[in-house]
Design a protein. Structure first.
Length: 153
């Protein structure tokens, strides 16, 4: 059976490589500690470790969101960023709090991305729709995507 010290070592090992959200760390530690005779004892140990890591500020959802915004904030729209953060287990309150402080200039960002991906103006309706769909896959609002991609140049 895996003991508390081994679970701590695994947590430190994971955190030495990158930041993890609380939910993702919990999942990783549960996967690591899973045994044939799963019991509540293991669950209380893992929750205690997670609380300890949060208290020491080694495990922070806010830091994960900030890191994500710094690395991917210029590539995606607000909707895609929201979806990706939910996928890694960040709670809604944390996402809302951080996104309110992050300045979104979706129109300008979408315009820059469109200029990088597609050279020159769209010549046909098919090209315009392709550009709109590209922006929507990147998480930009339908109104912004339509305005930029379907405009007459």
């Amino acid at each position: 059976m895996i003991n508390k010290k081994q679970i701590y070592k695994k947590a430190y090992s994971l955190l030495s490589k990158r930041d993890y959200s609380v939910a993702l760390m919990r999942k990783k530690l549960f996967d690591f500690a899973r045994t044939d005779s799963y019991d509540d004892f293991c669950e209380t140990i893992i929750e205690g470790i997670i609380d300890d890591l949060k208290e020491k500020n080694w495990l922070s959802d806010e830091r994960v969101v900030s890191t994500y915004l710094n690395s991917k904030g210029n590539l995606y729209g607000e909707k895609r960023i929201w979806f990706e953060l939910k996928k890694i287990g960040i709670e809604n309150q944390v996402i809302e709090k951080i996104l309110q402080t992050f300045e979104f200039c979706d129109y300008e960002k979408a315009e820059i991305l469109l200029g990088k991906k597609f050279k020159g103006p769209a010549t046909s309706m098919k090209d315009k729709v392709k550009r709109r769909d590209y922006l929507m896959r990147r998480g930009f609002a339908f109104s912004i995507s339509n305005k930029l991609a379907l405009r007459d140049n």
